[in-house]
Design a protein around this ligand. Structure first.
Ligand code: NAD
Ligand code: AHE
Ligand code: ZN
Length: 374
């Protein structure tokens, strides 16, 4: 066992509801089946803000958040076979072991090989690689990308081409894949469908671009922030609705606009009341509503069972149903070939020292994606 410890720069979440603090932390080398990755860039997703807020029942402190990174392999632990030093990678918060019951089912992307230890903020052997002043720091979502170096299990790394801009492709580590995958893998939207997307942030705009890619007809965007209209239109939105500007019931308005309800709706906010509206805006008999947003501890969804009895379907998606090691390299190629637009969604780029500004911009609705570069 190697005992060398590195000094690493990280944004640490010391406690819920407090800004992150920039610290020099200790990082132990990768153990068997683990890989040391130099993180070159990381996006800041709403889920990081959700966990930092204290609403995540799995949230642990002190920890190193971040799950939307890209970087380079600098060292591999024993028994690592699929990666070597110098490989470019995207860390995966849903790994792909290709051996567990879930992977072998071919019915889900929810590989469970390391889910229990990941949820407890530790590596598969039950310990943390990070520490601050001799005290362990928790890992987050198995990725902890708010650090210039991190240790990740081999099964949680997608190998990507080496000639890519890290500050763009890091977004494929969550937002891009989640939004595009929700449309293609989970809902399976078809050409000519009418779609409603609730929430036009870093996820919802990727849902919109995927709906345009598959040839959807009406692509209705719903957001309480009018400043999202221009960028959503650029990505394929055909109609914009601000619920605050609608007189009367939003669901009735949307059902009328779609002449009976949407074929597909997506909730990309994390608001349980909007989740209900998204389901009830679906077409009777066949409408499918997909929940992407993550709701806080203790929150629950509800609707009249009659909504489901009469043919509407409620679904959910994690990482857009994507199997990371297989699908993420393909999405990187889609970006390289110009099939998808990532550049226009990255509104802010900043150093790690300014990471709290990224959270402020998100809360003020002034950014789509902020990316941290190291
Ligand atoms: P974001 O902050 O960029 O976007 C949220 C958008 O929702 C904003 O444009 C905001 O104005 C809008 N909004 C807020 N309240 C609204 C309301 N009542 N009605 C209409 N619009 C409203 O967030 P994001 O990064 O796009 O993430 C969106 C959600 O998706 C979060 O809950 C996040 O945790 C979740 N998420 C889930 C997955 C997954 O795998 N399921 C992956 C990534 C993110
Ligand atoms: N820890 C939360 C759940 C959070 C959650 O649902 N996470 C999504 C990814 S969000 C990325 O921005 C996910 O992948 N879920 C599947 C999983 O296994 O966590 C809670 O409520 O406990
Ligand atoms: Zn995310």
């Amino acid at each position: 066992q190697i005992l060398r410890v590195m000094k690493v720069k990280a944004a640490v979440a010391l406690e819920a509801g407090k800004p992150l603090t920039i610290e020099t932390v200790d990082l132990q080398p990768p153990q068997a089946g683990e890989v040391l990755v130099e993180i070159k860039a990381t996006g800041v997703c709403h889920t990081d803000a959700y966990t930092l807020s204290g609403k995540d029942p799995e949230g642990l402190f002190p920890s190193i958040l971040g799950h939307e990174g890209a970087g380079v392999v600098v060292e591999v632990g024993k028994n690592v076979k699929s990666l070597k030093v110098g490989d470019c990678v995207i860390p995966l918060y849903i790994p792909e072991c290709r051996e567990c019951e879930y992977c072998l089912s071919f019915k889900t992307n929810l590989c469970q090989a390391i889910r229990v230890t990941q949820g407890k903020g530790v590596m598969p052997d039950g310990t943390s690689r990070f520490s601050l002043d001799g005290k362990p720091l928790y890992h987050y979502m198995g990725t902890s990308t708010f650090a210039n170096y991190t240790v990740v299990p081999e099964i949680a790394l997608a190998k990507i081409p080496s000639d890519v801009p890290f500050e763009k492709v890091c977004y494929i580590g969550c937002g891009v894949t989640t939004g595009i995958g929700a449309v293609i893998n989970t809902a399976k939207v078809e050409a000519g469908a009418n779609v409603i997307v609730f929430g036009l942030g870093g996820i919802g705009l990727n849902v919109i671009q995927a709906c345009r890619m598959v040839g959807a007809d009406m692509i209705i965007g719903v957001d309480i922030n009018n400043s999202k209209k221009a960028i959503a239109s650029k990505f394929g939105m055909t109609h914009f609705v601000n619920p605050k500007e609608i007189e009367g019931d939003l669901v009735s308005y949307l059902v009328e606009l779609t002449k009976g309800g949407a074929d597909y709706t997506f909730e990309c906010i994390g608001n349980v009341n909007v989740m209900r509206q998204a389901l009830e805006s679906c077409h009777k008999g066949w409408g499918v509503s997909t929940i992407v947003g993550v709701a806080g501890a203790g929150e629950e969804i509800s609707t009249r069972p009659f909504q489901l009895v009469t043919g509407r379907v409620w679904k959910g998606t994690a990482f857009g149903g994507a199997k990371g090691r297989t699908d993420v390299p393909k999405i990187v190629e889609w970006y390289q070939s110009g099939k998808i637009n990532i550049d226009d969604l990255i509104t802010h780029v900043m150093p790690l020292e300014e990471i709290n500004t990224a959270f402020d911009l998100m809360h003020k609705g002034e950014s789509i994606r902020s990316v941290i570069t190291f």
